[in-house]
Design a protein around this ligand. Structure first.
Ligand code: 9YT
Length: 129
C-alpha cells in the first residue's frame, strides 16, 4: 500500500512549478509507483492562460476549488470549470485552460507521468520511458 500526504510532497521533487509560472503540481502517483496511471493535484494560477496538447496521454481532471474555463480548440467550445466539474480529454484535444481564480485540479493520466516531462513547444508532454 502507498500512503502519501501533501505535507510530505511539498518541497520534494514531486512538487513542481511550471517554467512559465502558470501552474504548480504535486505528484501523488507517478509511473514508478506501478499503478498504471498518475495522480496529481495541480493548481492553475488566477489570471493565467495555458495552451496544452496531451497528444500522448489521456487525462481526466476534477476541479475541487476555484473557477475557470477550458476552451476545446478542436471545435471552439468553451466550458466553465468550478468546484465539482470534471473534464476528460478522451480525444487528445488541444485546449486552452484559463483560471479566473486559483483552480485546484485533481488530474489522472494514462499512461502515467514519469515526473520528468516538460511541455514541448506543441504544448504536449513527450512519452518518457
Ligand atoms: C491541468 C493539467 O493538465 N494538469 C496536468 C498535470 C500537471 N501539468 C503536471 O503535474 O505536470
Amino acid at each position: 500500500m502507498i500512503v502519501r500526504t501533501l505535507k510530505e510532497i511539498i518541497g520534494s521533487e514531486r512538487d513542481v512549478e511550471a517554467e512559465n509560472g502558470n501552474w504548480k503540481s504535486r505528484r501523488f502517483l507517478l509511473k514508478d509507483d506501478g499503478m498504471g496511471f498518475s495522480l496529481t493535484e495541480t493548481t492553475i494560477f488566477a489570471g493565467t492562460e495555458t495552451y496544452i496538447w496531451y497528444k500522448n496521454h489521456v487525462e481526466s481532471v476534477y476541479c475541487v476549488a476555484g473557477r475557470g474555463e477550458i476552451e476545446d480548440l478542436t471545435n471552439g467550445q468553451t466550458h466553465q470549470i468550478e468546484d465539482g466539474t470534471m473534464y476528460a480529454l478522451n480525444g487528445h484535444e488541444k485546449h486552452k485552460l484559463r483560471a479566473f481564480e486559483d483552480m485546484r485540479l485533481i488530474c489522472v493520466f494514462n499512461p502515467p507521468l514519469t515526473g520528468r516531462e516538460v511541455h514541448d513547444k506543441e504544448g504536449a508532454y513527450p512519452l518518457v520511458e
